[in-house]
Design a protein around this ligand. Structure first.
Ligand SMILES: C[S@@+](CC[C@H](N)C(=O)[O-])C[C@H]1O[C@@H](n2cnc3c(N)ncnc32)[C@H](O)[C@@H]1O
Ligand SMILES: O=C(O)C(=O)C[C@]1(C(=O)O)C=C[C@@H](O)C=C1
Length: 238
């Protein structure tokens, strides 16, 4: 996948407009996500390893909000050749790039909305940094649909940026996330510009809200398997 540098928020002249997954973002996405999400590469790799344990031969996986297909490719790498992945994103620029880079017949890229795409016989559904972009009042309905589309013993992998408590620990982790971005070479301008652009677009929930909702959606159990600062990964099972 391309490695063009993310300098989208570096220009002082750039107007602050809501963040969108357009062609500009798709062009720099691998660099952007790696330098913005601490632990991203490891979470993607672990998702592949989890798929290896969770998905039966001939199993079907859904990667909802797949972007350029990093999770899809990790699943394909780690599972038998009979396992297939349906890779869904509603951003045409993302799906176009995924189609251009991947010709694996185990992968079915689809440009569609995760909220409406039919989900059937899924052994594994992955929402890697996607639920946070769905309107909060519709998140439960999406999780209920995913739960209904899973086979018995099927699982959901959910990775999210979370809302931290406004206490000393929460403030420290928020500051560390900014330090992480600085250490990745982002300028103060780029950091504050992206923060403003994501406001009202990426709406994080607290750990408690996520976990109450997983139960409400019908999942019988869940476990957290990764945390890096304000990014957390869960697995939930039917
Ligand atoms: C942060 S990116 C996800 C990263 C990706 N899962 C990965 O592992 O590299 C969020 C993605 O979700 C997609 N998205 C947001 N809302 C969506 C929706 N309602 N249906 C499908 N895709 C959606 C965006 O277009 C974007 O590509
Ligand atoms: O918190 C941030 O600053 C982020 O950039 C996070 C985040 C995400 O979690 O999806 C936001 C948008 C980009 O897609 C990549 C990463």
């Amino acid at each position: 996948m391309n490695t063009e540098p993310d300098n989208l928020f570096d220009s002082a002249a750039a107007p602050v407009r809501p963040f969108r997954f357009d062609a500009e973002v798709a062009r720099v996405f691998p660099d952007m996500v790696r330098r913005s999400v601490p632990g991203y590469a490891e979470m993607v790799e672990f998702t592949g390893l989890l798929a290896r344990r969770l998905v039966p031969a001939d199993g079907v996986c859904y990667d909802l909000g797949c972007s350029l297909g990093a999770v899809t490719e990790a699943i394909v790498r780690q599972t038998p050749a009979s396992v297939r992945v349906i890779a869904v994103d509603n951003a045409p620029a993302m799906i176009a790039k995924l189609c251009a880079s991947s010709h694996d017949d185990r992968i079915t890229p689809i440009c569609a909305d995760a909220e409406t795409i039919p989900i059937h016989n899924a052994a594994l559904v992955v929402l890697n940094l996607t639920l946070q972009f769905i309107a909060p009042e519709r998140r439960l309905a999406l999780l209920e649909r995913i739960h209904a589309g899973l086979i018995p013993n099927g699982a959901l992998i959910l990775v999210e940026k979370i809302a931290l408590p406004n206490d000393r620990g929460g403030q420290l982790l928020t500051e560390l996330h900014t330090d992480f971005k600085r250490a990745q070479g982002y300028s103060e301008l780029a950091i504050s510009g992206k923060r403003a652009a994501l406001e009202q677009v990426l709406i994080p929930d607290s750990i408690a809200v996520h976990e109450v909702r997983l139960s409400a959606a019908g999942f019988t159990g869940f476990t957290r398997w990764y945390q890096s600062l304000n990014f957390i990964a869960w697995m939930a099972w039917k």
